[in-house]
Design a protein around this ligand. Structure first.
Ligand code: NAD
Ligand code: WQD
Length: 337
């Protein structure tokens, strides 16, 4: 198949491109590079020995998106393009709603115009808010606490309505839990711009000496060691989840939603210790007050993805820490060189 990856130069997009190419698919990437570097796609080509067709295009540009579909015979689309920083979305809600929802709507119109109606959407566990029970199943209550999360929830609802109106659409939304790690080659990985918001890229920069210490946001949660618990999923397992989803679109109907997680919860301190095992050195840290808006526990029931998509996470948090450390050590300045 020829698969279009929007946001394909990003963290999850590059790892997904590698898995698609190594499975024999063709890959076309559309990315504005607002939060990534074209170098990442050159690394994808180096890993796979395959070429990637790249268009530096903003998904909110209707004419440019139509031109991409005119230039390639696309069989399916994986829509990863989007702004994803929760805190930034609170400060800049209009930018997030415009970018994330306009990109989706413009993409779907370009797809419809080209007769391409097989779509995988990048969604997020953030649509569950503070879960009532764990592990979380796909029929859990949906509630969001920030504009970023709302863009994901609204995107899913738009696709519900689209699939209802036109049964020729085959759509799968993947609710990612917490992606971590890097490709084992050390050539691609997470390359946060500025101060990392997320736990593991921050730990990696402390381990590399770029940050003084990890601030642990609270140890008074109702968890075994008092620190926050999340479902950390190796980004290569996540990428393989997209390969599985694309492979099941043809026999799908309507709009289906799947959790992609390991089904296991890991605390902040457990994650820190795993990273220390990967580096062989202690990582400076201190417990400070909770981060506003944080929840105590969030981890997936991935059973539906296993049943319907024949997908299951295979790699561990320790695997992810070793791969993240290899990437961080070999690329202290990310793709900027
Ligand atoms: P990322 O920022 O590395 O990748 C997103 C890519 O989209 C970037 O390359 C960026 O340049 C591009 N982009 C953004 N807006 C665009 C636009 N209008 N047109 C074209 N390109 C655009 O982030 P990521 O971690 O790879 O996330 C990919 C997707 O997964 C996002 O939709 C994100 O919301 C979602 N997600 C990420 C996480 C996570 O923790 N990383 C968790 C759940 C969901
Ligand atoms: C994980 C745990 C923190 C940083 C976010 C987004 C979500 C999704 C994934 C896009 C928490 C603790 C963190 C630090 C810490 N992204 N922590 N010190 O908040 O679960 O989810 O990323 O969809 O939308 O909300 O991930 O990595 O920020 O935090 O103690 O410097 O680590 O309190 O318990 P989170 P995170």
């Amino acid at each position: 198949m020829n698969v279009l990856l929007t946001g394909g130069a990003g963290y999850i997009g590059t790892h997904t491109a590698v898995e698609l190419l190594q499975a024999g698919h063709g890959v076309v990437v559309v990315d504005s590079l607002v939060n990534s570097h074209e170098e990442a796609l050159l690394r994808v080509e180096r890993i796979t020995g395959r070429t990637v067709a790249f268009h530096r295009v903003d998904c909110t540009d209707p004419e440019a998106m139509r031109a991409v579909f005119a230039a390639h015979d696309i069989d399916a689309v994986i829509h990863l393009a989007g702004l994803k920083a929760v805190g930034e979305s609170v400060e800049q809600p209009l930018r997030y709603y415009r970018n994330n929802l306009d990109a989706l709507l413009t993409l779907c119109e370009a797809m419809d115009g080209a007769g391409v109606r097989h779509l995988v959407l990048s969604s997020s566990a953030t649509v569950y808010g503070d879960p009532e029970t764990v592990p979380i199943t796909e029929d859990a209550r949906l509630t969001t606490t920030n504009p970023y999360g709302s863009t994901k929830l609204f995107a899913e609802r738009i696709l519900d309505d689209l699939a209802t109106a036109d049964p020729s659409w085959r759509i799968i939304s993947l609710r990612y839990f917490n992606p971590i790690g890097a490709h084992s080659s050390g050539l691609i990985g997470e390359d946060p711009q500025g101060v990392p918001n997320n736990l593991f890229p921050y730990i990696a920069q402390v381990a590399a000496g770029r940050r003084e210490r990890l601030n642990v946001f609270g140890d008074d949660y109702d968890t075994p060691d008092g620190t926050g618990v999340r479902d950390y999923l190796h980004v290569v397992d996540l990428a393989k989840g997209h390969l599985a989803a694309v492979g099941h679109l043809a026999d799908a109907s309507g709009h289906r939603v799947y959790n992609l997680g390991t089904g296991q919860g890991t605390s902040v301190m457990e994650g820190l210790r795993a990273f220390e095992r990967a580096t062989g050195s202690p990582i400076p840290h201190a417990v400070i007050e909770r981060r506003p808006g944080d929840i105590a526990v969030c981890y997936a029931d991935p059973g539906a993805a296993t049943r319907d998509l024949d997908w299951k996470a295979e790699l561990t948090v320790d695997d992810a820490c070793r791969d993240a450390w290899r990437w961080q050590s070999a690329n202290p300045n990310g793709f900027a060189g």
